[in-house]
Design a binder for this molecule. Structure first.
Ligand SMILES: Cc1cc2nc3c(=O)[nH]c(=O)nc-3n(C[C@H](O)[C@H](O)[C@H](O)COP(=O)(O)OP(=O)(O)OC[C@H]3O[C@@H](n4cnc5c(N)ncnc54)[C@H](O)[C@@H]3O)c2cc1C
Length: 463
């Protein structure tokens, strides 16, 4: 270790981590537990709550998966980590001002934008991005409640475009019986709107074949256990070209998926049960409807040897009053931090941010905004460790160092009129959610409005 990494001025290395989702929390954890020098972390989030997509993405009917927040919470309890919620970098504080307060920044602000289908009719009422629907059912304060609830009103037939796990989450939530969702932490208005939607049919639509579907077998299999839905698969959709046979043989997930799908080809629609179709080889070309969506025009496809969908020129219309596109997420830049438009990620080398192709001293990136929207929560742990290793190597090499005393970030934010939410404040929100849930016999109910989140903080602080 060189002398330069030893905080000779008596203070530790200060790092700001932007985004308190899994990547940000794992970054904070690695920085405080693995660094050979003292490090303090300010973990900022634009929301008053931590956990990112663990709170506002992972499906509420998957409580075991959502319980990973308990593990993540341990890192927040570390005295070297300060959670600073309700502060949006780029709005409440500029990147330049933030960088002036700390020795290094790590961007972990995720990839929250949906990818569009870019087809006619996509903006009609009744057409939603999975990001809209997921944000709404998870109680994200920025969810467009009016648009989502108007789109759900009277819905009998829904089409979900995409064959990843998020598409299956959406299909499952739409097809579930109200009593299955009742114990979850979904806000009450969400439970009410879903219970009122008279859904009879949900179709999950893949542009290519089952060999290219990215959902995992566990998520797929779960569809067959829903109380009021029957999964339906057309055997013709499972016929494979020799190239697809070869691809499947080398891919355990695809092999298992295909075996499950084949088991289901014998299912028949049953009265008073939701028909949950899984259909492949159809790509949407247009959403139909004048005032709202009435259907999806699709083109039949085959898959070429490179695994690409190729149109056959045969078209059909699937009637639908709700279409949810779930074809991926992408990241955006922060003011002062560009992203690669094509990949939607911040250019980087082992987590070191590249500006004009060269590493920018003191700037790092981890999580979805580093590598794109792939992997499970745990993938972000390895990813964060790689980034932290780069940061600590730069500290050791003297590229970053503790340089003089600086004002406290939280005081600066307050002086600017921001209302930072700290760990104790988050605990007050947590307690308020548990108390709200208890009024209906649930473990927790998510507070979905920024004002109610902040009211819980103010009430606990006697403000
Ligand atoms: C719908 C959905 C369901 C999923 N289900 C599962 C699952 O069941 N199991 C599983 O393992 N994985 C699941 N995942 C994947 C998992 O959620 C991600 O791998 C993980 O959340 C990515 O972590 P991240 O920290 O990079 O981004 P995020 O979790 O998105 O966290 C980014 C954080 O940055 C904050 N932020 C954004 N902009 C700013 C700003 N300007 N200033 C300050 N803060 C900002 C956001 O508020 C957010 O809290 C799911 C993902 C989605 C989208």
């Amino acid at each position: 270790m060189s002398d330069e990494t030893d905080p000779g001025d008596g203070r530790p290395l200060r790092v700001a981590v932007i985004g308190a989702g899994p990547a940000g929390i794992y970054t904070a954890e690695a920085l405080t537990r693995r660094a050979p020098v003292p490090v303090t972390v300010d973990l900022l989030d634009r929301l008053p709550t931590p956990f990112g997509l663990v709170r506002h993405g992972i499906a509420p009917d998957h409580p075991k998966m959502r319980a990973i927040r308990d593990t993540l919470h341990r890192a927040l309890d570390d005295p070297g980590v300060r959670f600073v919620g309700n502060v949006e970098v780029g709005t409440d504080i500029t990147l330049d001002d933030l960088r002036a307060h700390v020795d290094a920044v790590v961007y972990t602000y995720g990839a929250a934008l949906d990818r569009p289908l870019s087809i006619d009719g996509e903006d009609l009422p009744g057409s939603l991005a999975a990001t809209d629907l997921v944000a709404w059912y998870c109680g994200h304060p920025d969810a467009d409640r009016a648009r989502v609830e108007a789109s759900l009103e009277g819905v009998r037939r829904a089409v979900v475009v995409g064959v990843g796990n998020v598409a299956l989450d959406v299909a499952r939530v739409l097809a579930r019986a109200p009593q299955e969702l009742e114990p979850t932490d979904m806000p009450q208005h969400v439970l009410d709107a879903l219970a009122a939607a008279p859904v009879e049919e949900v179709t999950v639509l893949g542009r290519r074949g089952p060999a290219q579907a990215s959902f995992t077998t566990m998520e797929l299999r779960e569809l067959d256990g829903l109380e009021q839905a029957t999964v339906l698969v057309d055997p013709a959709d499972l016929e494979l070209s020799p190239a697809a046979e070869e691809r499947i043989a080398g891919d355990r997930n695809a092999t298992r998926n295909l075996a499950v799908l084949r088991e289901w080809t014998g299912h028949r629609p049953e009265p008073d049960r939701v028909r949950l179709h899984l259909r492949f080889h159809r790509r949407p070309v247009r959403l139909l409807g004048a005032d709202r969506v009435t259907g999806v025009e699709v083109e039949r496809t085959t898959v070429d040897d490179e695994g690409r969908a190729v149109g056959t020129g045969e078209y059909e219309v699937l009637p639908a009053d709700l279409v949810v596109r779930s074809v991926g997420y992408r990241g955006q830049g922060l003011p002062g931090l560009p992203v690669d438009q094509r990949s939607g990620t911040v250019p980087n080398e082992d987590g070191r941010v590249l500006r004009d192709g060269a590493p920018s001293a003191g700037e790092y990136v981890a999580g979805w905004i580093k590598r794109g929207p792939t992997g499970v929560v745990g993938t972000n742990k390895h990813d964060a460790r790689e980034t932290v290793a780069s940061l600590l190597a730069d500290a050791e090499a003297g590229v970053i160092r503790p340089s003089g005393d600086r004002d406290d970030l939280v005081q600066t934010l307050r002086a600017r009129g921001a209302e930072p939410v700290l760990l104790e404040d988050w605990r007050a929100i947590d307690a308020a959610e548990v108390a709200l849930g208890a009024t209906r016999g649930r473990a927790r109910t998510t507070l979905h409005e920024r004002e109610s989140l902040l009211s819980a903080v103010r009430a606990a602080a006697g403000r």
